[in-house]
Design a protein around this ligand. Structure first.
Ligand code: EPU
Length: 417
C-alpha cells in the first residue's frame, strides 16, 4: 500500500521553520545544465522526487551528476542522446524543459508529448510555436515532439498566454540563438527570474526577466557557474497557512517576502496577523478567519499553487467566500475531499463558493495532486480527530520533509507505509 499520513488535528503550531529551495526553480536550473559543456554547480537544491526525476532525465541525455548535501554539480560534456522518453515525461511534465536546451545545444530533440494531468489539459503549443519562431523544424511523430535546427535564429515571440515553463524553455533556447530574441507576454514568476540569473552567470545576455518583455541576446557558447536556488514561495505559503489555520504562532524563515505579496495581502484580509521581516514571516492565527474572495492569476497575482491551501482556510471562515481559478480548468479536486471533512463548498466551472463552517472533522481522504495534498494536510492539522491522507506520493514530489517540519512545530503527524 502506498504511504499515507495520519494526522491528529487540533494542535496550534508553534516555533520556527525553515523553507527549502524551490522545486520549480531547481527543475529549469537542471535543464539549463544541458546548455554548456562545463560544470554547473547548484546549491540549496531540494531533495524531492521531481528533482530526482529531472536528474535521471538529464543523466540519460549525457549529464554526469554529483550530489552531496543539497549541492548538485551537473556536467554535460556532450549530449549523448536527444530523447526524453514517455515514462519520464508522463511522470513529470516539467521534463519538457529539456526541449529548448537540447535543440539549442545539440540541434535536435525528441521529447514525449506530456498529455493531460490531474489539474488540466496543459498543452505545450506555446513552447512549440516559440521554438518554431526561432527556426526549429517541429513535427509530432508517434507521440513525440521532434524538433531540429542547425542554429536557432532570434525572433520576436509573443505568447498567446502567460506560460511559466514556456517562457523558461524559450529563454534557454534563445540564449544560444543567433541575434536578439524578444519574448512578449513573458511569465514574471520569481522562478523565471532565478533561471535568468543562472543563465546570466553562465554568460547569457538577458534583460527584462521579471517583466512581460524579456530580451535575450544570443551568444555562441555558455560556460559553467555556481548558483544558489531561491526559496520555495509555495512551501513558505503553505507553512504560513499552517500557522494560521491552527491558530498558532509560527515564524517561517529563509523566504523572500516579495515573492509572497499577493498571498500575504489575502491572509491580511482574512484577519491573519503577519509580521514581515527581511527574510521571514511570523504568523499568528486569528480566532476564526474572515471570509474573502480569491482569483488566481499569473505572478504577481494570487498563485494557483496556493489556491487549494487558502480554500482550506476559507472553509473555516466566518462567512461566504468565492474562489475563482483562472489558470487550470480542473484544479478543484480537493473540494470533494474537504467536503468529507465537513466543508461546505459548491463549484460551478472555475468558481467555488465556500460557506465557512466552524470546524473540520478528521476523515480518511485521498490526495489527487501536489497542492491538493498540501491542502488536505492543512485541513487535517485543523480538524477535530484523526485524518488519514492517502496517496502522499503526490506530496513527496514537491515538499521536502513536510511532516518532519510540521512535527517540529508540535503537529501530531505520522507517515505509515
Ligand atoms: N498553456 C497552454 N499552452 C502552453 C503552455 C501553457 O495552453 O503551451 C496553459 C496551461 O494549460 C495553463 C496555463 O497556460 O492553463 C498556464 O500554464 P503554465 O505553462 O504557466 O504552467 P506550467 O509552466 O506547466 C508551472 C509550474 C506549475 C504552476 C504553473 C502556474 C513548474 C515546473 N510548474 O507550470 O506548478 O502551477 O506554472 O503557475 O514550474 C506545482 O508546482 O504544483 C505546479 C503545478
Amino acid at each position: 500500500m502506498p504511504a499515507r499520513l495520519e494526522i491528529d488535528g487540533g494542535v496550534p503550531l508553534r516555533g520556527s521553520v525553515r523553507v527549502s529551495a524551490a522545486k520549480n526553480a531547481a527543475l529549469p536550473a537542471l535543464a539549463a545544465s544541458l546548455l554548456t559543456a562545463e560544470p554547473v554547480r547548484l546549491t540549496n537544491v531540494p531533495d524531492l522526487v521531481d528533482v530526482r526525476t529531472m536528474v535521471r532525465l538529464v543523466e540519460t541525455l549525457g549529464a554526469t551528476i554529483r550530489r552531496e548535501h543539497g549541492e548538485l554539480a551537473a556536467q554535460v560534456a556532450r549530449v549523448t542522446n536527444d530523447v526524453a522518453p514517455y515514462d519520464l515525461v508522463s511522470t513529470m511534465r516539467a521534463s519538457v524543459l529539456v526541449l529548448g536546451p537540447l535543440v539549442a545545444r545539440h540541434g535536435s530533440a525528441r521529447v514525449a508529448l506530456p498529455g493531460g494531468c490531474a489539474i488540466g489539459v496543459r498543452p505545450i503549443d506555446q513552447h512549440l510555436k516559440g521554438l518554431a519562431r526561432l527556426g526549429a523544424e517541429i513535427a509530432i511523430e508517434n507521440g513525440y515532439v521532434v524538433a531540429r535546427a542547425s542554429r536557432l535564429k532570434a525572433a520576436r515571440i509573443a505568447t498567446d498566454l502567460v506560460t511559466v515553463t514556456g517562457t523558461e524553455n524559450l529563454m534557454m533556447a534563445a540564449a544560444l540563438a543567433e541575434g536578439t530574441t524578444v519574448i512578449e507576454n513573458a511569465a514574471r514568476e520569481p522562478e523565471v527570474v532565478d533561471l535568468a540569473t543562472l543563465l546570466t552567470a553562465m554568460g547569457a545576455r538577458i534583460r527584462g526577466a521579471g517583466t512581460p518583455r524579456v530580451e535575450i541576446e544570443g551568444v555562441s557558447e555558455l560556460a559553467g557557474t555556481s548558483h544558489r536556488i531561491i526559496p520555495d514561495r509555495i512551501e513558505a505559503g503553505t507553512l504560513i497557512v499552517a500557522g494560521a489555520i491552527t491558530g498558532g504562532d509560527v515564524t517561517v524563515t529563509d523566504l523572500v517576502p516579495d515573492h509572497l505579496s499577493a498571498l500575504m495581502a489575502k491572509l491580511g484580509e482574512c484577519g491573519v496577523a503577519l509580521e514581515v521581516g527581511p527574510t521571514s514571516v511570523r504568523v499568528r492565527g486569528p480566532g476564526r478567519p474572515r471570509a474573502a474572495d480569491v482569483t488566481t492569476s499569473p505572478f504577481p497575482g494570487f498563485p494557483t499553487d496556493m489556491q487549494a491551501q487558502v480554500m482550506t482556510l476559507l472553509g473555516l471562515a466566518d462567512g461566504q467566500s468565492r474562489v475563482t481559478e483562472t489558470i487550470f480548468e480542473n484544479r478543484f479536486m480537493h473540494v470533494a475531499e474537504l467536503a468529507r471533512m465537513g466543508a461546505r463548498i459548491e463549484t460551478d466551472g472555475a468558481i467555488a463558493v465556500i460557506r465557512g463552517v466552524s470546524c473540520y472533522q478528521g476523515a480518511p481522504v485521498m490526495a489527487s495532486d501536489l497542492r491538493a495534498s498540501a491542502a488536505l494536510v492543512l485541513a487535517g492539522l485543523a480538524a477535530h480527530g484523526r485524518t488519514t491522507v492517502s496517496r502522499v506520493y503526490h506530496l513527496d514530489r514537491g515538499y521536502e520533509g513536510l511532516e518532519t517540519k510540521l512535527t517540529a512545530l508540535g503537529a501530531r503527524i505520522e507517515r505509515r507505509a
